[in-house]
Design a protein around this ligand. Structure first.
Ligand code: KG4
Ligand code: ZN
Length: 335
């Protein structure tokens, strides 16, 4: 059995984790610079990069110590690092650190796609899960429906053609004068409101699995301008219901057309209460397992990067020291 150190710095989380080849998480440390970005209503790349520079050393050291390893010469077999997609300055901090550690400790490293990392999250919480899996990956930067036939084998059925679901939450929250990140704020407020009080369209009702949230965001702006008397909680509940309806409708079609053993949620928006309830309901209707990640596994973390690294290094081998960061790296189908 081998042991892998994972490093994640693609956005505002600086994370390191030690995971073994049975997908058992031995340690996981996550530091976030979110407090520095709140006042700006979104992640400021330069601030995120600087925070990674300040934090990467201590975070890696803590992850190694928590795993009972010597931080100066840890008994690990490989290093896995997010090399894309993400903010270029942030990615480079993690990638450069991984290359340095790789040389210093004489262990190979592998660059991992951040989205593939998210797809490994369910395995970390249930290592004997049954495949195939239908996964809804929804975050601040991405929204897609992915059919996973096994670890590291996936086909993207559809993805957003404009904004990501989390991005729409953040933009609508900003419009409503709520804090950043907007997802948790709207989700909380929606609990006390009535969905449907604000009439909103459901996007992408046609065939196919592509998603869209930009029109919905504009519809909220228009509808709230016209109906200024609708309470904020009802606006939040109506928006949340419209997002969930689009995602769950597409997911339902995907489940009708593809026989799977489970349905999984991944990414930051996986914390959303309406989606979690909707997916639990869908799973019970289809007689399959619902994989709902813990809050720590919803958000960006390095355990999922280490897990993807375990797979990538054994199937594709290590990366060369010349590997560059790929800020726009797409998740390609692997069959
Ligand atoms: O995956 P993540 O931590 O970062 C990346 O974008 O990679 O996702 C952050 C996104 C933010 O847009 C945030 O508003 C959203 O996840 N989010 C939520 C909830 N919690 C976080 N969206 C809806 N409901 C939530 N409870
Ligand atoms: Zn992410």
């Amino acid at each position: 059995m081998s042991v892998v150190l994972g490093i994640e710095t693609s956005c505002d989380e600086t994370a390191a984790s030690v995971v073994d080849s049975n997908f058992h998480v031995i340690s996981s440390v996550i530091e976030s610079s979110i407090d520095q970005h709140r006042a700006f209503g979104g992640v400021v790349p330069e601030l995120a990069g600087r925070a990674h520079v300040a934090t990467i050393g201590p975070v890696v050291e803590r992850a190694l110590k928590d795993a009972g390893l010597d931080p100066h010469n840890p008994a690990i077999d490989a290093i896995a690092v997010t090399s894309g997609p993400g903010l270029i300055g942030s990615l480079l901090v993690g990638l450069s650190a991984a290359k340095g550690f790789s040389l210093a400790w004489g262990v190979p490293f592998v660059g991992v796609n951040h989205l593939e990392g998210h797809l490994f999250a369910p395995l970390l919480e249930k290592s004997d899960l049954e495949w195939p899996l239908m996964t809804l990956l929804v975050s601040g930067g991405h929204s897609m429906i992915v059919l996973q036939s096994g670890p590291g084998e996936h086909v993207v059925l559809g993805e957003t053609i404009d904004d990501a679901a989390g991005e729409a939450y953040d933009k609508v929250a900003r419009w409503l004068g709520l804090g950043y990140p907007g997802g948790p704020e709207i989700d909380k407020l929606a609990q006390t409101g009535t969905p449907g009080k604000l009439k909103l369209p459901v996007s992408m009702t046609g065939e196919g699995y592509d998603l869209s949230f930009s029109g919905l965001k504009t519809a909220v702006v228009r509808a709230t301008e016209k109906n200024a008397d609708v309470p904020l909680a009802d606006v939040a509940a109506s928006f949340q219901a419209a997002v969930a309806e689009q995602l769950l409708r597409k997911l339902r079609t995907a489940l009708e057309k593809n026989e799977v053993k489970g349905v999984a949620l991944a990414g930051g928006v996986a914390a959303n209460s309406a989606l979690r309830a909707g997916i639990t309901q869908l799973a019970s209707e289809f007689g399959i397992v619902a994989h709902l990640p813990t809050m720590q596994m919803c958000t960006d973390n390095a355990a999922m990067i280490a897990a993807a690294g375990v797979h990538r290094i054994s199937h594709n081998g290590p990366s060369p020291l010349t590997l560059s960061a790929s800020p726009n790296w797409q998740l390609v189908d692997v069959k």
